[in-house]
Design a protein around this ligand. Structure first.
Ligand SMILES: Nc1ncnc2c1ncn2[C@@H]1O[C@H](COP(=O)(O)OP(=O)(O)OP(=O)(O)O)[C@@H](O)[C@H]1O
Length: 385
């Protein structure tokens, strides 16, 4: 690379990164608002590379500069069509959330790209993590390997901690799946991302049931329930944990209604009462005849036995038809499956023969301590004996 092609960039971590300026797409945004100081100013945005795209927009890695000399980033910038009549829920939620396991919004702005025929876009500049959990799972399965159990514990615990925070604010993510979970496999940090489907659920207010990606949809959503709770995310957590254990999605329905059949293959047939209370008008297939002989416990043991007794126990307490019987996030965090994280401080990141310190898992804020409550805190915190 020639001297002219190179450009030194000082990131907000005060490190210097050399990037190939040829691949940059550059533009000026007039009102870039900092989510830390709430001040707005003009900035130059240099897009570096595309790192993801989904149903609602694209995500690029980019750097920001107010003066062409100090550079901030890299950020993951998500571009979505700006909703002019009503405000973006994703922006509203990201602006108020502040938690180690929730992706952090650093800046936001609107801008009309030259090729967009006057369409206004909203840009969300978030902290950038190197991978999604989907990619991390794929790395292991494509090499016929299993994700180490300690990594599964580390990731599941952090999903539950992120959910504890979100749910305490009444926010339901509504699209929990491995591609919406960001990880840094080298330090074990996990953050939940993509709040494009998230909503603050109000008691007794209906919400649409056609939400969440098919393989991760809770049974009450499949049945058409519109008065669901944040416990739909707990179902998603169970599906993600199961996927980390077996290397592929655990319930792979070929079409929406067949999804319930896949669930019945593991849990047994759903109870009539559960169907009625989820949606009295449901007229889809019931799968009321057992699809296997024997007990559901032995099915769990057969598929997830390598998670150990505690792992199977946790999964069975999370993947339950009745939402109110699924464990809450704080009870998940207190489950003995995570005792290893409370006892041993180190883990081996992928590809490392040297152990590394686990990320901070118990640095609870005053708010989190209140949400956890005095009766559970001792089961969650590590013991010094
Ligand atoms: N903060 C981030 N750091 C790194 N990569 C990210 C970040 N945010 C998003 N991505 C990447 O971009 C992808 C799409 O982001 P996101 O899920 O927010 O968009 P979406 O349009 O809602 O997608 P989908 O329709 O798949 O839910 C993610 O799966 C991930 O690969």
């Amino acid at each position: 690379m020639s001297q002219q092609q190179q450009q030194n960039i000082t990131t907000n971590n005060a490190t210097t990164t050399t990037v190939n300026s040829k691949s940059f797409d550059e533009y000026i945004a007039k009102d870039v608002t900092s989510n830390r100081t709430h001040e707005s100013r003009q900035m130059i945005i240099k897009e570096y590379k595309k790192i993801g795209h989904g149903a609602f927009g694209t995500v690029v890695q980019a750097y920001l500069t107010p003066d062409n000399s100090s550079w901030y980033g890299p950020f993951a910038i998500k571009k979505v069509p700006a909703q002019t009549e009503y405000k973006s829920r994703e922006l509203d939620i990201l602006r108020i959330t502040d938690h180690p396991n929730i992706v952090r919004l650093e800046y936001y702005y609107t801008h009309t790209p030259p090729d967009a025929r006057n369409t206004l876009f909203l840009y969300l500049a978030m902290e950038c993590l190197p991978e999604t959990l989907q990619l991390e799972i794929h790395r292991y399965t494509s090499n016929s390997l299993q994700l180490p159990l300690k990594h599964i514990k580390l990731y599941t615990y952090q999903i539950a901690r992120g959910m504890l925070y979100l749910h305490s604010l009444g926010i339901c993510h509504r699209d929990i799946k491995p591609s919406n979970i960001l990880v840094d496999p080298q330090n074990g940090i996990l953050k939940i991302c993509d709040f494009g489907s998230a909503k603050k659920l109000e008691p007794h207010q209906p919400s649409i049931s056609y939400i969440c990606s098919r393989f991760y949809r809770a049974p009450e959503l499949i049945i058409g329930c519109t008065q669901y709770t944040t416990q739909i995310d707990i179902w998603g957590l169970g599906c993600v944990m199961g996927e980390m254990l077996i290397g592929h999605a655990i319930f792979q329905g070929e079409e929406p209604l067949l999804q319930l059949r896949e669930i019945a293959k593991l849990l047994g047939p759903p109870d009539k009462k559960f169907i009625f209370f989820s949606n009295p008008a449901y007229d889809g297939p019931l799968y009321s005849k057992p699809l296997f002989t024997g007990k559901s416990n032995s099915k769990f043991e057969k598929y997830f036995g390598h998670a150990g007794v505690d792992g199977v126990d946790l999964l069975m307490k999370v993947l339950r038809y009745e939402p109110e019987r699924r464990l809450s996030p704080r009870r998940i965090m207190a489950h003995p499956f995570f005792d290893e994280l409370r006892q041993e401080l180190y883990f081996f990141p992928r590809g490392n023969s040297q152990p590394k310190h686990l990320p901070e898992l118990f640095n609870f804020s005053h708010y989190e301590l209140q949400v956890i409550g005095p009766e559970l805190i001792n089961s969650i915190l590590p013991h010094n004996d």
